[in-house]
Design a protein around this ligand. Structure first.
Ligand SMILES: Nc1ncnc2c1ncn2[C@@H]1O[C@H](COP(=O)(O)OP(=O)(O)OP(=O)(O)O)[C@@H](O)[C@H]1O
Length: 353
């Protein structure tokens, strides 16, 4: 059964000022998030990501549409019914939201106290969770004595305390440095793999999606403009917003100033080759490009590993007799997507500007 099923979900806020149009923070979103997946939701500031998360854990009422959590409709439920649904959902935050007056153990125990779990069972659970997140020796510390990464580990342990089926992570690594981000993402991956918890990751960083997610939805102006398996979306982005996000982690064919610089540095004809995991490798490409009278130099691009599958762009400068270069290009076209780039020279680009 689908873990989170959204159909035509709308969240409307009153507009600011008199006679202002209402704000559609979420505007007709339909998504299926399957059990065991790590679903990334990416978008620029104001796209509606945080609102979507607040609707999933019913912190705010949905204006219209349907949200099913593990088969159970949550839209229109009473507060007491929602409390039960919320125990199925853990949440972590950008600013960690820990209680500074409580110890690490006290923070993790907090949801268990509310759920009236017996002390012996509660203490055992807290110990087990702190071991799981690698903080077994910090139970008595206070949040102020911890680094950002450690605080987020406490946040994760607390979110897992009631054994939820779903973990919502709202910009959970945005306040952390790159190494700490990487450690926290590794931990989230373990939460998913070892505990089988479905994770929804809200972020504005495509790197987080690339590292962690199995699926991605791109949001713009309250709508999902594109979604699917991460590899499919990365290797063939359709919407301009998706292309912009993908280009931040997987550079496409060079353009603009980068292309100008490459043209300044390299003579010949430039071609950009797109490779996916359909079997064609770099070696095969080179074998077809290089022939008598044709020189091929790799001048930009690289391959990327996305959900265990490879994908990337390679840009070559080809020198030699035009007819022979044509043959090389035709030979590569048989096995890969090839685009010939129009040369630009900086002087004429400036003159034209
Ligand atoms: N409580 C509210 N009242 C009125 N408007 C709101 C409210 N919450 C959000 N909005 C508006 O809804 C839109 C989406 O906001 P939301 O915070 O969900 O976006 P976001 O993608 O999470 O952005 P950010 O990354 O900056 O948090 C924005 O235009 C925002 O101003």
């Amino acid at each position: 059964m689908t873990m989170i099923k959204m159909r035509d979900v709308v969240k409307e806020y009153p507009g600011r000022g008199r006679n202002a149009e209402p704000i559609h923070a979420v505007d007709g979103v339909s998504l299926d998030i399957e059990p065991g997946s790590i679903y990334g939701v990416i978008g620029y500031s104001g796209a509606g990501k945080s609102t979507l998360v607040r609707l999933i854990n019913a912190l705010e009422p949905t204006s219209s549409g349907s949200i099913e959590i593990d088969g159970e409709e949550i839209v229109g439920k009473s507060e007491s019914q929602l409390r039960e649904v919320r125990t199925e959902i853990g949440m972590i935050f950008q600013q960690f939201n820990l209680f500074n007056s409580r110890t690490v153990a006290g923070n993790v125990a907090f949801p268990l106290n509310i759920a009236k779990v017996e002390p012996a069972e509660r203490n055992a659970r807290v110990k087990e969770l702190l071991e799981f997140v690698g903080l077994g020796d910090r139970a008595k510390a206070y949040p102020d004595q911890l680094s950002g990464g450690q605080k987020q580990r406490v946040g994760i342990a607390r979110a897992l305390s009631t054994s939820p089926k779903i973990l919502l992570a709202d910009e959970s690594t945005s306040a952390l440095d790159p190494q700490t981000t990487s450690d926290v993402l590794d931990l989230l991956e373990r939460v998913n793999r070892e505990l089988g918890i479905t994770i929804v990751v809200i972020t504005h960083e495509m790197d987080v999606i690339k590292r962690l997610a199995t699926h991605v939805a791109v949001m713009e102006n309250g709508r999902v403009v594109e979604n699917g398996a991460v590899y499919d979306v990365f290797s063939n982005p359709q919407h301009p917003a998706t292309r912009r996000f993908v280009s931040t982690v997987v550079p496409g064919a060079p353009e603009g100033r980068e292309l100008e610089v490459l043209c300044e540095r390299h003579p010949g004809r430039l071609i950009a080759i797109t490779l996916n995991d359909s079997g064609t490798g770099q070696r095969e490409v080179l074998g077809r490009l290089v022939r008598d009278g044709v020189g091929a130099e790799l001048i930009a691009g690289g391959m990327h590993e996305i959900t265990g599958r490879s994908f990337g762009h390679l840009t070559f400068a080809l020198t030699g007799d035009d007819a022979r270069v044509d043959e090389s290009i035709a030979a590569v076209r048989e096995i890969a997507e090839v685009v010939e780039l129009e040369r630009v020279d900086a002087a004429s680009a400036k003159a034209g500007a």
